[in-house]
Design a protein around this ligand. Structure first.
Ligand SMILES: Cc1cc2nc3c(=O)[nH]c(=O)nc-3n(C[C@H](O)[C@H](O)[C@H](O)COP(=O)(O)OP(=O)(O)OC[C@H]3O[C@@H](n4cnc5c(N)ncnc54)[C@H](O)[C@@H]3O)c2cc1C
Length: 373
């Protein structure tokens, strides 16, 4: 049996970025059930960095991560981790109060421009006339998730860490302060610490290890891409989002992508798009923009997995030694991954706490333990 210091279960962005950070201190191995990294949520996202997601805590984690996306050096990735894409949050007259409230929350973290109807339509001419208010963040970023995943893998390997794919961990044993894990193919590996970064499966993994689940809920979200009529100018279009969680769209390789921002409860699985949400995406595009969605080019779905309070969980389990939770990255797991990896590094190895705005207790998995009655 191979012995390591830390085993990370899950080769999505959460597991790989934490493993890369931990590998500066320890012998780390990532165990991924699928044959490739990023096969589930991390490979199916809208790949944006923006502040309209989540609440103050999520924004603080996003803010703390931004510098990494901009400054990651050539030894992390040969290609940029992302490119600038302005973010436009737009509102109808009856949605103005919601936009005002969102502007107040986001302006703590980003420089926003307030737009009137002219400003909204000059940034996004595709919107219907009833989009009369807007806020724009010209510094939005569209990430390259492949570069981000590969960069973390390269960093991990450069520090002596390893990745084993096709290794679905199905059995956990703890004896003498050491975990012994067995994959469903029979591979065995051991370490004193395991990091549960199994995304939508994190509660299932915990239960296999005899740890109480957190009450994670995977929610399915759908994206379509579609052709636009000849002559529609896509260059310079923003990531455009309704102030409520109804619709977002943005340019994507000569087409547009759009999501109806659905949140359909699901079991952990290889999520597939449902016809209803695909039709809803097209319907909302036609409701909010001047376009007709005649031909859908592609569609996919992925799971966004939330804790009960929609904040991520990072910390050792109170009910089992050597079991570290890294779960509940919801719809913000890519854009918060650098800060979350630094937090995991701090909690496990004692490096300086990296995000002064966020307290460790706010992320502690212990907050979900049932109080005795
Ligand atoms: C449609 C959509 C749009 C999104 N848009 C954005 C966005 O714009 N910005 C943003 O920041 N985030 C976005 N997200 C959210 C982001 O994708 C997730 O928060 C993030 O990918 C979660 O990463 P993860 O590593 O926790 O999960 P995953 O990527 O799912 O990785 C978990 C891995 O664990 C593995 N695993 C599970 N069980 C086991 C086991 N027993 N043994 C071994 N391996 C196991 C799985 O195979 C999986 O690969 C979006 C998500 C979706 C679906």
């Amino acid at each position: 049996m191979e012995n390591r210091d830390i085993l990370v279960i899950g080769g999505g962005i959460a597991g790989l970025s934490a493993a890369a950070a931990l590998s500066a201190h320890a012998r780390v191995t990532v165990l991924e059930a699928e044959e490739q990294i990023g096969f589930h949520s991390s490979g199916r996202s809208a790949t944006m960095v923006h502040y309209a997601l989540g609440d103050r805590l999520v924004r603080a984690l996003t803010f703390a991560s931004r510098g990494f996306f901009e400054d990651a050096a050539g030894d992390f990735s040969d290609v940029p981790l992302g490119h600038r894409m302005p973010v436009l949050i737009h509102a109808r007259e009856d949605e103005k109060a919601a936009l005002d409230a969102l502007e107040a929350e986001i302006s703590v973290f980003a420089q926003l421009e307030r737009l009137d109807a002219n400003g909204v339509h000059s940034l996004c001419p595709l919107l219907k006339d009833d989009a009369v208010h807007g806020i724009a963040d010209r510094n939005g970023t569209r990430l390259d998730p492949h570069a981000l995943l590969q960069g973390n893998l390269r960093k991990l390997r450069g520090r002596g860490g390893t990745l084993i794919t096709g290794a679905r961990i199905s059995s956990f044993e703890r004896t003498g302060g050491v975990w012994s894990l067995t994959s469903d193919k029979g591979d065995r590996i051991s370490a004193p610490i395991i990091v549960n970064a199994a995304g939508s499966w994190a509660d299932e993994v915990a239960q296999l290890a005899g740890v109480a689940p957190l009450g994670l809920q995977p929610l399915r979200r759908t994206i379509i891409t579609f052709d636009v009529p000849a002559g529609v100018q896509l260059d310079g279009l923003p990531f455009a989002k309704t102030v409520g969680d109804e619709l977002y769209f943005a340019p994507e390789s000569g087409r547009l992508f759009a999501s109806p921002m659905d949140e359909v409860p699901s079991d952990p699985c290889d999520a597939q798009p449902d016809e209803y949400e695909v039709a809803l995406a097209a319907h909302r595009m036609e409701e909010r923009t001047l376009l007709k969605v005649d031909r859908i080019y592609s569609r996919w779905a992925g799971l966004r997995t939330f804790t009960p309070d929609r904040h991520p969980a990072a910390g050792f389990a109170a009910d089992q030694e050597g079991f570290f939770w890294l779960a509940g990255q919801g719809g913000f797991g890519l854009q918060t991954s650098p800060a979350m990896a630094a937090i995991v590094e701090s909690l496990i190895t004692g490096t300086q706490w990296p995000v002064t705005d966020v307290a460790a207790e706010a992320l502690s998995p212990g907050r979900f333990l049932r109080q005795p009655t």
